[in-house]
Design a protein around this ligand. Structure first.
Ligand code: MTE
Ligand code: MO
Length: 406
């Protein structure tokens, strides 16, 4: 009889992480056997998500929140959207994980263990807004292919780690450095190891900002597997696709990074506005950098009913990429007139800001409350839809909730 191979320790521990419990007789499991709990995965249990989250795709997993789920000031794991381009890596062993800094413009190629990163560099925590470039895509017409995100592909968690800047400077940055590009441990959907699901990056100026982190904690704990355990690049205020999960290599490039999903039309919009449905040549598409001003009413949930004579407390968050939000307004008459909301300062740069208002309604009937943020440069959200673009990015239209006064 052939000798049976038992499942590897690392696989066993990743099973246990996903199941959320120790597999007591796990050492008896043979290689290749999948525990029942993983055979027909319940994404809400598997990823520790609220069952009000909405699954948009399961190959790869793409799951979004709804506006009312995002009411917390700091987004908890259970309400954070998931956007995967490939397969979540298995068999991660943090004790052997390394990060390599290489590329044409590194002075000395260096590799760090996680323990070295943690002991050698100062630790920092920032609350950072990460919004998928395609958030709001579902509203574009003609429709754009891709995950049909409504409003829930944004979160603002606390991230703890070391500054990317400190690590890059430790390896040494040559004068001709232009861009950084990340490489990560997730697998392409084809399972072809020579293909990467995504390898994006940012110009040196963004890479060297204080808030750009190599994070190993989220909301005070190890980063959950699906959000990038054990190491994640976090670049708040830019399309979240720059924030590489499961990062194991960062290249300092002497040109704009040309990794997967940097070229062609991915995460790019027409450099000049185009008519809806128009075909745009690749060379007329520009890379998305800072995300535009936007806001979300997180309380109450759309469809709320109140009694005549009562006012309605509303609240939510507003953010503006690299900028702060300086003004927040609401309208109950489809954008004809606007009133001020109170708006708080961000806890740090690149964190979303909380707004609130007390809304009065003149009589019984159906209303919509629309919310509109303006950034510190005076740019406001468009009321209905911004410029159409082929891939359906950057929909920062005003969020709206329905209200019935009876
Ligand atoms: N390695 C890796 N990093 C990645 C991705 C990915 O598929 N693989 N998706 C990116 C995209 S497009 C987004 S919007 C965010 C989503 O982060 P989240 O799943 O933690 O919400 O991760 C980014 N980082
Ligand atoms: Mo994304």
């Amino acid at each position: 009889m052939k000798r049976r191979d038992f499942v590897k320790k690392a696989t066993l521990s990743s099973f246990a992480t996903i199941i959320g419990a120790d597999i007591v007789f796990g050492s008896n499991i043979i290689e290749g056997y999948k525990p029942l709990a993983l055979q027909d995965p319940d994404p809400f249990k598997m990823f520790n998500k609220s069952n009000e989250m909405v699954v948009l795709n399961d190959k790869p997993w793409n799951i979004e929140a709804q506006a009312h789920l995002l009411d917390d000031k700091v987004t908890p794991e259970s309400k954070m959207f998931i956007r995967n381009n490939g397969l979540v890596p298995e068999d991660i062993d943090a004790s052997t994980w390394t990060l390599t800094i290489d590329g044409e413009s590194v002075k000395e190629k260096k590799t760090y263990t996680l323990a070295e990163l943690k002991s050698k560099f100062q630790k920092h925590t920032y609350q950072l807004t990460l919004e998928c470039g395609g958030n709001g895509r579902s509203e574009f017409n003609p429709p754009a292919k891709g995950n049909q995100w409504t409003v829930g592909a944004v979160h603002c968690a606390n991230w703890t780690g070391v500054r990317l800047k400190d690590v890059l400077e430790d390896a040494g940055i040559k004068d001709d450095a232009v861009y950084i590009g990340f490489h990560a441990a997730d697998m392409h959907l084809s399972r072809n190891p020579s293909k990467e699901p995504i390898s994006r990056g940012a110009p040196m100026a963004k890479a060297l900002q204080n808030e750009t982190l190599l994070a190993f904690e989220m909301n005070g704990k190890d980063i959950p597997l699906v959000h990038g355990y054990p190491l994640r690049l976090v670049a708040g205020g830019w399309p979240a696709s720059v924030s590489g999960k499961w990062v194991n290599r960062i290249s300092i490039r002497d040109q704009v990074h040309d990794g997967t999903k940097m070229l062609g039309q991915a995460y790019r919009v027409p450099c000049e506005p185009v008519a809806p449905g128009e075909k745009v040549k690749d060379e007329d598409m520009c890379i998305i950098e800072s995300m535009p001003v936007k806001s979300l009413i997180t309380y109450p949930k759309t469809g709320v009913m109140i009694d005549e004579g009562n006012s309605l407390q509303i609240r939510g968050h507003a953010w503006a990429g690299e900028l702060a939000v300086s003004e927040m307004e609401y309208s109950i008459d489809f954008g004809s007139t606007w009133k001020e909301c109170a708006i708080e300062k961000p806890v740090n740069r690149l964190a979303w800001q909380q707004f609130s208002a007390t809304v009065e309604f003149p009589k019984k009937g159906y209303y919509e409350v629309w919310a509109r943020a303006t950034d510190e440069r005076g740019q406001s959200q468009p009321m209905l839809l911004p410029g159409w673009n082929p891939k359906g990015y950057l929909n920062n239209a005003c969020h709206r909730i329905a209200v019935k006064v009876k």
